[in-house]
Design a binder for this molecule. Structure first.
Ligand code: DC
Length: 237
């Protein structure tokens, strides 16, 4: 693919953004950036320092102590490192999910994460997923896709995912957690989950994973064909 391209993928928890974006990245030679992993990594850092978190903590004052990197590997996995510690597995713990709300609501944290995301994307073609990528992080992204699926389908996908790891989850409990996360993501004062006006909406409830990947690749390649001029490099680093 010629020229630098920025693809923003947003959508609610469990819509499959991360898994399909990784695959699209491998197929099209893009770098995948997992913005949610950054919020998780910052949460991991504060949990290590403070234990259980609440909104009274001044998250902004300690951000300078966080050195964060993320590498996208050729097998489609990402390695996220905080101050020399590989946190890729530990950021998936339940404790992170329980405490991440207050961290991702904090404006200094959002500014910190957003500037890292923009820096990492500045010199290469990327596909980035999250909640506010097409609205706040890259409002001028070349391609914006909003992936959605019904609560029922997202819950079943999550149950299947955990089932493959040998864990059994209660369907109602998973559904309630998804509804709770949707509410939290959609009511955040800054960077809330909202579909950008110019995003292509895909309801994946009735689609297979391969169909979603195929459709996303088609959309991106079409866009590239329509606008072959390379983007200007915005970076310096
Ligand atoms: O995509 P994920 O579930 O790993 O994201 C973890 C949390 O981070 C999620 O609760 C919402 C938050 N998040 C955010 O506020 N903005 C983003 N761009 C990505 C994630």
């Amino acid at each position: 693919m010629k020229g630098r391209i920025v693809v923003a993928v947003d959508g609610p928890a469990g819509s499959g953004k991360s898994s399909v974006s990784r695959e699209v990245a491998l197929k099209l030679g893009l770098t995948y950036i997992d913005s949610g992993a950054l919020y998780r990594a910052v949460t991991w850092f504060y949990l290590e320092r403070h234990g259980p978190l609440d909104a009274a903590i001044d998250f902004g004052s300690e951000l300078g102590a966080i050195a964060l990197t993320q590498d996208f590997l050729s097998d489609g996995t990402s390695i996220t490192v905080v101050n020399g510690t590989d946190v890729s597995a530990s950021i998936r713990d339940e404790a992170i999910t329980r405490n991440i709300g207050v961290v991702s609501d904090a404006v200094p944290v959002r500014n910190f994460v957003n500037s890292l995301l923009r820096r990492w994307a500045s010199s290469r073609s990327i596909i980035m997923d999250g909640r506010d990528i097409g609205t706040v992080v890259f409002p001028d992204a070349d391609v914006k896709i909003y992936l959605d699926a019904s609560v029922e389908v997202r819950a079943l996908r999550r149950i299947k995912e955990y089932g493959e790891m040998g864990k059994t989850l209660d369907e109602n409990e998973v559904k309630n957690l998804i509804i709770q996360r949707d509410t939290q993501d959609r009511s955040r004062p800054f960077g809330r989950l909202v579909r950008a006006e110019d995003a292509i909406y895909m309801d994946t409830s009735e689609m297979t994973r391969d169909e979603v990947i195929g459709e996303m690749c088609r959309i991106i390649l079409d866009r590239r064909g329509a606008d072959p001029s390379p983007r200007q490099d915005q970076s310096g680093s």
